[in-house]
Unconditional design. Structure first.
Length: 479
């Protein structure tokens, strides 16, 4: 499978100048901020999309925006591709390098620069972990809302690059809804500021363009993010159903009724069994599908909201309704969900897909997903953000069997096409990367793609930033 998705051919002139490039970078960065020995480059050859690997030319780990700008000016001057990297948790291959590229990692830029509680914002460097933001303000009664499953490791710069979400994005939104400003270094080393602490900024909404840019418009080095007051109370409840189709229909009816819980998470039977064996969260094992529905507010508000949800669930033959009785039980419920990807990795290799569908199509897409995976002779575990239709089928396969791996990739492509055909899109929060690059024509017309590529080229005319990602390799404008 490692050769199934092609990369751009390395620039021969860059490869020929490798020794000179490394020496020049050494003049721009201290020794601890530059990696160039082959053995030390290996940890950077892939990200969480581990099926594909390329050793980079070198790895730069700047500590400041000024150092990022210096590296970008140099690489731009000499036509050297640059691949931005946060924590390397991308599931779509967004941070996989290529042989002629300098990986620019932001892990050393990990300081929280300002906590401004009166304005309910934090200013952080791009290498700060997602979870660290919430932990830094928790004692004051605040939190940062987006919460990807990888929030312990993933960084805010990567979250901005992929417009990451998480379990609680149903009520609070994904990264773009919680981002107020960025400091960004452009491809030629120019430093710009977009947005700020104000709720709205003058001029074009370039901040909205940057959030989700997958490292192709510049390097975000600092971010200003919203802080939200913790709710009075929160209560996760488990709803067990006979089938995935019933659970999906229940989700659609809850949202159609105008009820917006803080989260609605879905697990089918294989996922329930995998997560329960790992976390011992008390998930019911006699059901075909499970919803984790979390409500928040005062006790009276939570009781009223849950009453309405239970009534809807009963119309879909709900088998189990189990409210958590303590903070410990609530933590276990979320531990099981947050550990789903890691727990699945204990039993098999897998590809985690990421497509989004209209809620009215959830039941249909779940049924067809099972049929697709069955067709390829594989297994699937479904665990995803049901409230906003962001699906994450985990296709299980044997990575040591090339034919099995190829079937898994083909099944994943068919599932993503299904999501688009059902009125959805190729990605909800993992980005396009290399994984979905060649499916972009299934979602967009040539005119749509040309317009998007024109915007990208306005920021990076030479296509030096993350060049093998997002857009099909054929049909790109000449660099």
């Amino acid at each position: 499978m490692s050769d199934a998705i092609p990369f751009l051919a390395p620039r021969a002139d860059v490869l020929a100048r490798r020794a000179r490039i490394v020496a020049d970078l050494a003049d721009l960065l201290p020794p601890e901020c530059l990696i160039h020995e082959t053995r030390e480059l290996v940890p950077f050859e892939t990200d969480a999309f581990v099926s594909y690997r390329r050793l980079p030319l070198a790895v730069a780990l700047p500590r400041t925006t000024a150092e990022v700008a210096a590296v970008m000016r140099y690489c731009h001057r000499y036509g050297i591709p640059v691949v931005p990297r946060g924590a390397g948790t991308s599931l779509s291959g967004g941070a996989i390098p290529q042989e002629d590229a300098v990986v620019l990692g932001l892990s050393k830029m990990n300081s929280i620069l300002e906590i401004d509680l009166p304005n309910r914002v934090a200013v952080v460097q791009a290498g700060v972990t997602n979870l660290n933001i919430s932990e830094s303000v928790s004692a004051d009664g605040f939190f940062y809302a987006p919460d990807p499953s990888s929030q312990l490791a993933c960084t805010i710069g990567g979250n901005i690059g992929m417009n990451s979400g998480g379990a609680h994005c149903l009520k609070y939104g994904v990264t773009t809804n919680n981002l107020l400003g960025v400091r960004m270094v452009l491809v030629d080393g120019t430093v710009i500021e977009l947005g700020g602490k104000a709720l709205d900024a003058a001029g074009y909404d370039l901040l909205g363009l940057v959030c989700g840019h997958e490292g192709q418009l510049g390097i975000v080095t600092e971010a200003t993010v919203r802080l939200i007051a913790k709710p009075e109370g929160a209560r996760p409840v488990l709803f067990g159903f006979e089938s995935s189709e019933e659970a999906g229909a229940c989700v659609a009816d809850v949202i159609a009724a105008g009820i917006i819980p803080v989260a609605i998470e879905f697990m089918d039977k294989p996922a329930i069994e995998i997560c329960e064996a790992f976390a011992h969260a008390g998930y019911p094992l006699d059901v075909g599908a499970l919803l984790i529905v979390e409500v928040e507010g005062s006790e009276a508000e939570m009781d009223a909201t849950l009453k309405d949800i239970v009534e809807i669930a009963r119309r879909h033959a709900v088998k189990t309704v189990r409210e958590c009785q303590s903070a410990t039980e609530a933590a276990l419920i979320w531990k099981g969900r947050k550990s789903a990807f890691g727990a699945t990795g204990r039993i098999a290799d897998y590809i985690c897909m990421d497509g989004t569908v209209p809620l009215s199509q959830l039941s249909h897409v779940l049924k067809k997903t099972t049929e697709i995976v069955d067709h390829y002779g594989l297994r699937v575990a479904n665990v995803f953000h049901a409230g906003d239709g962001n699906m994450h089928p985990l296709i299980l396969f044997n990575a040591n069997d090339p034919e099995d791996a190829a079937r898994a990739e083909a099944a994943g492509n068919d599932i993503l096409k299904l999501c688009v055909d059902a009125g959805g899109c190729l990605t909800g929060e993992h980005g396009v990367g290399i994984e979905k690059r060649d499916l972009m024509r299934h979602q967009y017309s040539e005119a749509d793609l040309a317009q998007q590529m024109a915007v990208r080229a306005a920021f990076d005319p030479g296509w030096l930033l993350n060049p093998s990602k997002v857009f099909p390799l054929e049909g790109r404008p000449a660099a």
